[in-house]
Design a protein around this ligand. Structure first.
Ligand code: 4NP
Length: 144
């Protein structure tokens, strides 16, 4: 199973989702792959936001080596599951889908709930970590 985590900037939420899922995959001994990408290009080539790096580090997860990249159409071919953080990401990605097979791969990490964008609120990073962690555990339950 190959999973792509997607948010807007690929510097706050999806890097956390990649790091957390990677951590859980290892813990569970699953042979899954995980990556992350954004739909906006402002931060391409950069490291994750330092507040996400810290929120992960506080929980024993290192996401500092990740590099921001854009979502690309070929991700629909490469990944089995494309997990978006919010409804806006969902419509951005669905707008790029080429067919039903692409559309079927796209789901919100938390089902019908969004992971809020913490970019403008430092206090949101720790709760966002917890939300994403719960979402990842649920995905493992569903697909493992
Ligand atoms: P993310 O958060 O989508 O969770 O990475 C954001 C990061 C940057 C911006 C917006 C959201 N931005 O506008 O630069």
């Amino acid at each position: 199973m190959k999973i792509l985590m997607v948010c807007l900037g690929n510097i706050c939420r999806s890097p956390l989702a990649e790091g957390i899922m990677q951590h859980l995959i290892k813990q569970e001994g699953l042979n899954w792959g995980v990556d992350s990408a954004g739909t906006g290009d402002w931060h391409v080539g950069r490291s994750p936001d330092h507040r996400s790096v810290k929120a992960a580090h506080d929980q024993g997860i290192d996401i500092s080596k990740q590099v921001c990249r854009l979502f690309r159409i070929s991700d629909f071919d490469e990944f089995d599951l494309i997990l978006v953080m919010d409804k806006s990401n969902l419509s951005n990605i669905l707008a790029m889908a080429r067919n039903d097979a692409d559309r079927k791969k796209v789901k919100m990490l938390l089902g019908d709930r969004s992971v809020p964008d913490p970019y403008y609120d430092d206090a949101q990073f720790a709760p966002v970590f917890k939300l994403i962690e719960a979402g990842c555990k649920e995905i493992i339950k569903q697909y493992a």
